[in-house]
Design a protein around this ligand. Structure first.
Ligand code: HAM
Length: 413
């Protein structure tokens, strides 16, 4: 039997109804901040991610699904959403809409990762991008919106960690200092880190190799070298989060795995598993990097598979929808009546099941019970002749007489 590729998951009906519930709750939160949905292509020109996410990131160097299409163009399955959304923002002139532009998405992402708990090769992200405001107030709103998602989903024990990774101005100074630190042991780092040393030493702090992690202990941190503007921005973010009453920790170790970030970065961590369930930050240079006018932005994305794992832990009694009615019938004319009633009740929004096997009364009854139908309507010869039948509430056992008319049935289920 052909099996699914490593790192992918089938979403089965036993899970999909929970996904729908979570997706609609998250959508409600995003819409309450007036974010509008955007959908962008699954694949983009490879260059978009090389330039946006960064040549020296793990995502670009090791994890992209890249191939040449039949026309010889280099194409990549999106590993994240921000680059595609910003491209769409520019390409469609969305920037001429009143600023800020607030966009959200729920899309599949593709990364060739080492598969382990919480790390898939096809996964989904619900993300939000707020494009146009450079104010710390936009960072705070974005973080609060992310936090609202966990509240709405009834998920406790999520820790918010924040950091500032400065702007190109303060970063170039910091990079010199970081190179001095790393340079002392450069020969002991992995080959990828060595290639990052000149181009982008901050990415070395993000390396997942054990020996590199150990060598990085005690490295100077960006947060200690912020310029005045970045320092003030970060102070304002912190004090406004305090005003909002949202607890946070400062983690100078957050560098994020993507190059476009500037100033505030943040992660929401599930304290039980230690996994980052949502990550984001400010990216003031990306719109310009893609050829637009200098436009600040801030956003985040949450991994839906990770979110679902945690949601399921705290929301065990969530149930799928059950049929409102099973119409039990036997015989040609009775089946015609069942067909007519089911058609009209379904149009009216009810979930209705009926026999499509020509099964016996007994086995129809068994089936109705197995699928958890809330009500049962029996149509036999007598019911058809009198146009009156009984509806049984399967939970309470209570029976009511109804006319075999849609309106009357609707009033009794
Ligand atoms: P990211 O931190 O790479 O950021 O991913 C965001 C979230 O996606 C992670 O916190 C995690 O929950 C989930 N995730 C990432 N990789 C995997 C994986 N292999 N398997 C399962 N879940 C995963 C971004 O992608 C940015 N675009 C977020 C952003 C939006 N920043 C600003 N705007």
């Amino acid at each position: 039997m052909i099996q699914k590729p490593k790192g992918t998951k089938d979403l089965l009906p036993s899970e999909s109804y929970k996904w729908q519930k979570v997706e609609s709750k998250v959508k409600k939160v995003l819409e309450s901040y007036n974010f509008k949905e955007i959908r962008v292509p699954v694949f983009e020109h490879t260059e978009l991610f090389q330039r946006g996410v960064g040549e020296t990131t793990d995502v670009v160097q090791k994890e992209m699904y890249t191939f040449n299409d039949k026309g010889g163009r280099s194409i990549t399955l999106r590993p994240e959403g921000t680059a595609g959304v910003v491209r769409a923002f520019l390409e469609n002139g969305i920037g001429s809409l009143p600023s800020p532009v607030k966009l959200w998405y729920n899309m599949g992402m593709y990364r060739y990762e080492n598969v382990q708990k919480g790390r898939l090769r096809e996964f989904h992200q619900i993300g939000a991008e707020l494009i146009g405001s450079k104010s710390y107030l936009a960072d705070v709103d974005t973080i609060l919106m992310a936090n609202n998602i966990f509240e709405e989903l009834n998920i406790p024990n999520i820790k918010l960690t924040i950091n500032s990774i400065g702007c190109p101005k303060c970063r170039s100074e910091y990079q010199k200092i970081l190179r001095e630190f790393i340079g002392k042991n450069l020969d002991k780092y992995c080959d990828t880190c060595k290639t990052r040393f000149e181009k982008n030493p901050m990415r070395i702090l993000d390396c997942k190799e054990k020996r590199c992690k150990e060598l990085n202990i005690g490295a100077p941190m960006m947060i200690d070298y912020l310029c005045d503007e970045c320092k003030e921005h970060f102070e304002n973010v912190k004090s406004m989060l305090n005003v909002a009453g949202l607890k946070f920790e400062i983690d100078p170790g957050i560098v994020r795995g993507l190059d476009y970030y500037t100033k505030t970065v943040f992660e929401f961590i599930d304290e039980k598993s230690g996994l980052t369930v949502l990550g984001g930050g400010r990216y003031d240079g990306l719109v310009e990097e893609f050829g637009g006018q200098s436009t600040p932005a801030v956003g985040f994305a949450t991994g839906v598979e990770r979110l679902m794992e945690i949601y399921n832990e705290y929301n065990k009694d969530v149930e799928d929808k059950k049929p409102d009615l099973y119409i039990l019938s036997l015989g040609e004319l009775e089946n015609k009546k069942a067909l007519e009633l089911s058609l009209n009740l379904r149009k009216a929004g009810y979930i209705v099941e009926k026999d499509i096997f020509e099964r016996s009364f007994k086995s129809q009854m068994k089936y109705a019970d197995k699928i958890g139908a809330k009500n049962l309507l029996v149509i036999g010869e007598n019911e058809l002749n009198s146009n009156i039948a009984k509806i049984k509430n399967m939970k309470s056992g209570e029976e009511k007489e109804v006319k075999l008319l849609v309106e009357d049935i609707k009033n009794n289920i």
